[in-house]
Design a protein around this ligand. Structure first.
Ligand SMILES: Cc1cc2nc3c(=O)[nH]c(=O)nc-3n(C[C@H](O)[C@H](O)[C@H](O)COP(=O)(O)OP(=O)(O)OC[C@H]3O[C@@H](n4cnc5c(N)ncnc54)[C@H](O)[C@@H]3O)c2cc1C
Length: 479
């Protein structure tokens, strides 16, 4: 381990400092756990928010909590910023190393440590993918409920970082409702445990705080998650409407009636066309908007719930009601929805907004969103978790045209402000990251933000952990 590293302004000294940090990390980690050659760093320069990119100083890929702790102790000692990274699927730029940082990747910590069916819990390392958890308990009739569309790739550590949701979170809740405990390495290398298999823990709800911390409170190395027994049956049903406004109003009425299906997903006409062309899921192409409503339970329970929902849909002049007839058809319906972002990427560049609104405002916000998009001369495809009021307008643009890109960013900002002004919030599940950092003042007062930053500083007084995210750069307390 080296002595204090001087940080001097001239470039040669900066280069020397970087080389020293890499050499010290190389003393701590085997060669396959450290990336530092420029061309090998390229995959880590951005995430799914590709508008921003910057090469990190190095990427550490530890295999154990002890190695994570050693890297953190070192970086803390020498004031090196650290950006935690799971699979890098963040849509808000959460895993982009904006500063001269060490990226701490959890991809090598990908083991399932304990499946405890009697206690309905699994203990997994932070780099385990979301889908892997459900797959590993499927044969026993269990699953892990939060199901981001990126679940094939994204990690449980990233899900905790962003408090991720998914199509089936309407009934089962998002990550925070399904997380029982974490092992976490603090900025100075200290290892702490929060929560566990018991249903409640004494003291402050720090586990709640860690859900959605965007890599700023520590490095999660292990998670204990809740397992849920699979329902007797599940049935997705397609409801086609004349317009987005009618579909939005139907969602609001279903929830207002006290009916909680497992999922209510929304697609407008452009989204239906894009997803159908990709997945051939059999979506109706003659409607203005589509809801995928999934009910579950026994046949009798599903029939009863569906009867109530169909009644409400008829009040909104529903054009098509189609129950799926087989497991294959159900899988295709979900494949179409879950491929929506990838399918959109086939036809244009896009940025994905993530505002959340009260359900009573859904129709209004959809209408205003269309007006904003028209104003900027852009196109949009809406595909989102309607039951949660979590909207995802995908704003289509041409990334090779800087003016088009600027228009798309401006339209996105207007849409997010619209969500806040409608009583909602800037993010439902994708986090603030870089993307919404400068809009935080539209949502929060200076006092609100100062309190949040004080909590952050209690964990990381030197602002070393993912420092350039979440909070506006101006007005931060001195580190
Ligand atoms: C096609 C597509 C579809 C998507 N669909 C959904 C969806 O339906 N629902 C949804 O919620 N999101 C969705 N996302 C967004 C993204 O997949 C989630 O935010 C996911 O949780 C990120 O996981 P990750 O492993 O890729 O984390 P990363 O992107 O690597 O990191 C995300 C954040 O968590 C922090 N972090 C990561 N690991 C750790 C750790 N171990 N300890 C501490 N901090 C950590 C990072 O610093 C960063 O701030 C989608 C993304 C794509 C590309």
């Amino acid at each position: 381990m080296s002595d204090a590293i001087p940080f001097l302004a001239p470039r040669a000294d900066v280069l020397a400092r970087r080389a020293r940090i890499v050499a010290d990390l190389a003393d701590m980690l085997p060669p396959e756990c450290l990336v530092h050659e420029a061309r090998e760093l390229v995959p880590f320069e951005t995430d799914a928010f590709v508008s921003y990119r910057r090469l990190p100083l190095a990427v550490a890929l530890p295999r154990t909590t002890a190695e994570v702790s050693a890297v953190m102790r070192y970086c803390h000692r020498y004031g090196v910023p650290v950006v935690p990274r799971g699979a890098g699927t963040s849509l808000s730029g959460g895993a982009i190393p904006q500063e001269d940082a060490v990226v701490l990747g959890l991809s090598k910590m990908n083991r399932i440590l304990d499946i405890d069916l009697p206690n309905r819990a699994a203990v997994v390392q932070a780099g385990v993918t979301n889908l892997n958890i459900s797959e590993s308990v499927a044969a026993d009739g269990f699953f892990y409920a939060p199901d981001p569309s990126s679940q094939l790739a994204c990690t449980i550590g990233g899900n905790i970082g962003m408090n991720s949701g998914g199509a089936h979170c309407l009934k089962y809740g998002v990550t925070t409702n399904n997380l029982l405990g974490v092992r976490m390495v603090l900025v100075d290398g200290t290892v702490i445990e929060l929560g566990g298999k018991a249903l409640d823990a004494a003291g402050y709800d720090l586990l709640g705080l860690v859900c959605g911390h965007e890599g700023q409170l520590g490095i999660v190395t292990e998670a204990t998650v809740r397992l849920i027994a699979k329902p007797e049956g599940a049935r997705p049903v397609l409801f086609g409407f004349e317009s987005s406004e009618e579909a939005g109003a139907c969602v609001a009425d279903v929830i207002a009636a006290g009916i909680i299906p497992v999922a209510i997903e929304f697609m407008d006409k452009p989204a239906i066309e894009i997803c159908e062309a990709f997945a051939h899921a059999g979506y109706p192409l003659d409607v203005g908007a589509l809801l995928i409503v999934e009910v579950e339970g026994s046949e009798a329970e599903m029939d009863a719930t569906l009867t109530d929902i169909v009644d409400i849909a008829h009040r909104h002049a529903v054009k098509t009601v189609r129950e799926c007839q087989s497991a294959t058809e159900a899988a295709l319906i979900w494949k179409g929805r879950k491929s929506a972002f990838g399918a959109t990427g086939r036809i244009a560049d896009y940025i994905c907004m993530d505002g959340t609104v009260p359900l009573s405002q859904l129709s209004h916000v959809l209408k205003k969103t269309a007006e904003i998009i028209d104003h900027y001369g852009l196109r949009v495809a809406n595909v989102f978790h309607a039951g949660d009021g979590n909207m995802h307008p995908l704003i289509l643009f041409n990334a090779n045209d800087p003016e088009d890109a600027a228009r798309a960013e401006a339209a996105g900002n207007d849409i997010l402000k619209l969500c806040v002004d409608a009583g909602g919030c800037l993010t439902g599940e994708h986090g603030v990251g870089i993307e919404k950092r400068d809009l935080m003042r539209h949502q929060y007062s200076e006092a609100d933000l100062a309190q949040q930053m004080a909590v952050r500083a209690a964990f990381d007084p030197g602002w070393l952990l993912n420092p350039s995210k979440v909070f506006p750069l101006e007005g931060r307390p001195a580190a």
